[in-house]
Design a protein around this ligand. Sequence first.
Ligand code: MTE
Ligand code: HPA
Ligand code: MOS
Length: 752
Amino acid sequence: MKNIDSFTHTRGESIYLDDIPTTIGTLYGVVFGSPIAHGKIKSLVLTDAEASEGVVRIFTHLDIPGINQIGGIIPDEPLMAEDEVHFNGMPIAFVVATSTEAATLACKKIKVEIEPLPVITDPRVARANNSLIVPPRTFKIGDSKNAFQDCKYIFEGLAETNGQEHLYIETQGAYALPAENNAIKVYSSTQGPTAVQRHMADVLGIPMHRIEVDVTRLGGGFGGKEDQATSWAVFCGLATFLLKKPVKYALHRMEDMRMTGKRNPYSSDFKIGLDENLKIIAYEAIFHQNAGASADLSPAVLERTLFHTTNTYYVPNVTATAYSCRTNLPPNTAFRGFGGPQGMFVIEAAIAKAAESLGVAADVIQERNLLQTGNELPFGQIVQSEASPCWEKATSLYDVENMKMEIAAFNNTNSVYKKGLSFMPICFGISFTKTPMNQARALVHIYTDGSVNISTGAVEMGQGVNTKMIQVASTIFSIPASLIKLNTTNTYRIANTSPSAASATADLNGRAVEVACNALKERLVEVAADTLKCDKGDIEIKNEGVFVKGELSSMNWKALIMAGYLKRISLSEHGHYATPGLHFDMTKEKGHPFAYHVFGTAITTVTVDCIRGIYDIDSVKLVHDFGSSMNPLIDKGQIEGGLVQGIGWMTMEEIVFDADGRLRSNALSTYKVPDIYSVPKNIDLHFLETDNDNLAIFKSKAVGEPPLMYGIGTFFALRNAIKAFNPNSDVAFAAPMTPEKVLLGLYHSKNG
Ligand code: MTE
Ligand code: HPA
Ligand code: MOS
């Protein structure tokens, strides 16, 4: 099935927040954010700003009728600062005026006096100061300490990954409207409608049932709107509630870049031990996560780092400890992979270091240690692995031996250009790591003309989930997609939704649609048997018709529905799904948190210009474990998009904060993301199709986040190309590998 959005997207008819017509009298808000990263508020003078043209009212924390708190996991994040500010851009006031321009102008007239306090931007400094978001956590299997004594080779080192700006094309925003009886309707560009509803209720001091959150679609979220869409919606809701007027706020790109959190940067230490056969016997890692000024989702991100500490390798002795460090940066948050990539980069660095030191290719170590079905992960889950099938398929299909020979020949004959190759095998756990979040609901109505209307908790953000929801209903009812309409995501239709995240949206909501459709179908089969006077077991509903013992009867889908209506059976159903078999015990750090894992192998080749330090990504050839893809075209799009986003993180996207905690890469002129010229010249994708029972919807494995991690391969391919030019180079395991770093690496030696 074609992506249902492709028609309206290409005609420019798709509706995003800014396409919703505003009603007469709509006011516009702008947040006034702290000009410095840390300090005590001494005075706040609003008089000039209030007198500014078009200003209706300026709100501060003093205006909040409920609680001044929007923390998702722990309550450590005020909506607006009270007496201290903790990051540059932290909201202090919300200016509401007759236009965005008037509100922006008024913001400049606000006078705030802040006594500066020391600014921390480095997570290791934060840890040294004992400035942690939550107590550290340790995952442990076997006994790494003792196991190192049996290792022939031991290597230690440091690995760092920087943050990443989400850069969704649609910036954050919301539009709130007053409804009768003190209720509010809010349109929000959020991945988590229920999070918006819950926090707005808390801030306004009213029950959740008075808040209707509606989401048509997002122009991208990538995790940046899982928790961080909430505050903007709550600001609008607060002003609407107090003014009884519609209020809208859509952030300017530079506001969005300055005030919202990004992917958590990590600084990590590793120690890896191998035996004489290059089997990894022991691994230790210490992760320092830069959480920013408040928890947001960082504790959950930290947990996923621990879950992916060993990537796709079996290691019998592991000790991994993770610190979530509080700094004076905007609170960092979910970003495609959710801490997994940050953990996986570290073990890839450890393997690269071992390989370079031992003079073997990293893929020899990687291949020898791939997870096998039945292996136990450090947190106790027994894995069902496709790691080796993906690896083997990739090496044979793409003739890696020949690729390696060609690269060696190229490097032997070229002194100015050097090529590098790397393998990046991945393993990603599917499910929210917090078990209770793995539930979803769907509401399915069949109207008397046979048309179907579906609501779910899934938010469309470009990943194609709406198409998949329609596919589920269309497959179960065996009717064309044109008979099915999907509603906007709305908290009045579907309650208590988990955010659309963790790559699990299609699985969870699709299963709920499946449950509802199957229940309806069961009732319809009874109606058909009753009407056609035959056995239930002989009835089949397919191809828009009713079949009896394999023969098409006189009853079609539309007549069946009408018969059901006349018999007064319910043509509506609310389906509920909760992933079975999941559990995790945080006191032991053991359990079975994931429904299943997704595997794959990417082979990346690059060419480095050894005079300029610039480079091309020649090809990424990959084999990805889709299970049985229910929509190969959408899934292929996710692979390509995720891969390129991962390459951006690893190569060119460079977030720079100065020592004062001010974002210097605060616009698209200073923050470079991949464009059509920087994507791999060639992406080859092969589907590893398996028919194993998994918990995915229609056995079609989740695909949203895993491909991002293929991008990590580019870092190591570049490193190998640098080594081909200068074997003595000792370029740090610090992403992103910008052309500047490549250039320094090319001419750097171990002795300085
Ligand atoms: N693809 C597009 N086009 N836009 C997005 O915002 N978000 C990613 C991924 N793919 C995203 C995307 C992230 S972070 C997640 S968790 C999943 O999609 C969420 O959707 P899913 O659960 O339906 O895979
Ligand atoms: N992934 C994404 N988002 C989440 C998760 C997760 O595992 N847990 C809580 N929010
Ligand atoms: Mo994705 S980071 O789970 O929104």
